[in-house]
Every structure is written in structure tokens, then in C-alpha cells.
Design a protein around this ligand. Structure first.
Ligand SMILES: [Zn+2]
Length: 223
């Protein structure tokens, strides 16, 4: 009886410790060291002459998907780097636009980069849009079985943000079909929905989305 109680107590203690690790940048720093992540803020692609090729959705209030994706992508990259990981952004504050002549090929190239680097995972960040203003919530897509754990972790970590869930299923997209490494595409919410858009536009909420994605990555890959 005594040893069983002790085992239970130890298990409880280690569960608590794990919870602390996820909250603490210092502890997490060791755990993602050596990992490489490709973070892909969706859209933001121009033709070589500077005209838009892939701008993404724009909400009725003017909120741009490509800008929200870039902010959350940069926030996520900062969290991953603070945890010791290497991060490659497919576009960034420094280079906010990609140059291409074909949207689908450009999207495939983003995931191909993750394959080439042998990345631990590829995370594509988007926002949704619908002609139906009441459509709202997050969506998570993946394709290959090696991505299911990450997809489940992202789902669990986004749930407390209370946006609701629009979709969660395997889906053959340019990035999910190209990626051979674990890969998810996350829609952070709908720019076309008034409630979602107000949250998505707020830097503090963008940071909460990034933190949720980081926690999901740490849940899945941290050692
Ligand atoms: Zn998109």
C-alpha cells in the first residue's frame, strides 16, 4: 500500500513539474534545443513586378489575414527560439513578402523547405474567411499520420482560447501534401466574423494564439 501511495504521489509531482516546464521559458529552453521548425505565415506573395499574387483573406473591417499570420508567426518563432530551437520563417518582419509566379508552387515550396531542412515540424499559419458572417472558430488540417500528434496537441491548446472549432480533419492541401515532416495548417479564426476578427486584430490575443501553438509543439516534441 505504502509503495503504491508513493508511486501515486511521485506521478502527481511529475505531472506538476511537467506543467511548470511548459510555463517556464528557462526549463523549456533545454528541451527544444537541436530542433528546427519551419514557421509559415500564410500568403504575402507578390509577382516579381510587385503586384499581389497571394494576399489571403481580408475581413469586412479591413483585417488582413496575411498580417495576422505574420504577427502570430513571428511571436511563435520568438517563443521557439527562446526555448532553444532553430526557426526558419518563410516570411518575416524583415522580409514580409515572398516573390513567385504561381501560388500553388509557392505554397508547395514553403513545405519543401521544411523537408529539405529535415525540420522537426512545419507549421502553416492562416486565418479563415467566409461569406457567412456567423462562421467562426479555429481549424486544424494535416495529412500524414506523422502529423496527428501535433494536430491533436494544437487542438487541445487552442481550446482554452474559446474561439470554438470550425474544422479538424486530414486534408490534402498544397503544404500538407508536400510536407514529409510532421506538418499542420492552422486557421486561427475567421477574419470575416466580427467576434473572431476583433480578437485576431489584438496583439495580446495574437500572442495567446502563438503561445498555444508553442505549447502544442512543446507537448509534442520537447524532451
Ligand atoms: Zn489562408
Amino acid at each position: 500500500m505504502k509503495s503504491r501511495w508513493l508511486t501515486g504521489a511521485l506521478r502527481f509531482a511529475s505531472t506538476c513539474a511537467f506543467g511548470v516546464v511548459l510555463q517556464s521559458g528557462a526549463s523549456a529552453a533545454a528541451s527544444l534545443r537541436g530542433d528546427v521548425f519551419v514557421v509559415d505565415p500564410g500568403h504575402g506573395t507578390k509577382f516579381p513586378d510587385g503586384t499581389p499574387l497571394n494576399v489571403g483573406a481580408v475581413g469586412p473591417g479591413g483585417l488582413q489575414e496575411e498580417q495576422v499570420a505574420l504577427e502570430v508567426g513571428e511571436d511563435l518563432a520568438a517563443l521557439l527560439r527562446a526555448a532553444g530551437a532553430k526557426v526558419v520563417l518563410t516570411r518575416s518582419h524583415a522580409v514580409p513578402f515572398r516573390i513567385a509566379t504561381d501560388k500553388r508552387l509557392d505554397n508547395r515550396a514553403r513545405a519543401a523547405l521544411a523537408n529539405r531542412l529535415g525540420a522537426t515540424a512545419f507549421v502553416a499559419i492562416h486565418c479563415d474567411s467566409s461569406l457567412e458572417p456567423s462562421a467562426h472558430g479555429t481549424s486544424i488540417f494535416w495529412l500524414r499520420p506523422n502529423s496527428v500528434s501535433l494536430a491533436n496537441a494544437v487542438r487541445a491548446r487552442l481550446r482554452p482560447l474559446d474561439l470554438g472549432e470550425a474544422a479538424f480533419h486530414a486534408r490534402d492541401l498544397a503544404v500538407t501534401s508536400e510536407a514529409r515532416v510532421p506538418a499542420v495548417l492552422v486557421e486561427l479564426g475567421f477574419v470575416s466574423n466580427r467576434h473572431d476578427a476583433a480578437l485576431l486584430a489584438a496583439p495580446a490575443f495574437q500572442k495567446r494564439e502563438a503561445q498555444a501553438l508553442f505549447n502544442a509543439i512543446a507537448d509534442t516534441f520537447a524532451r
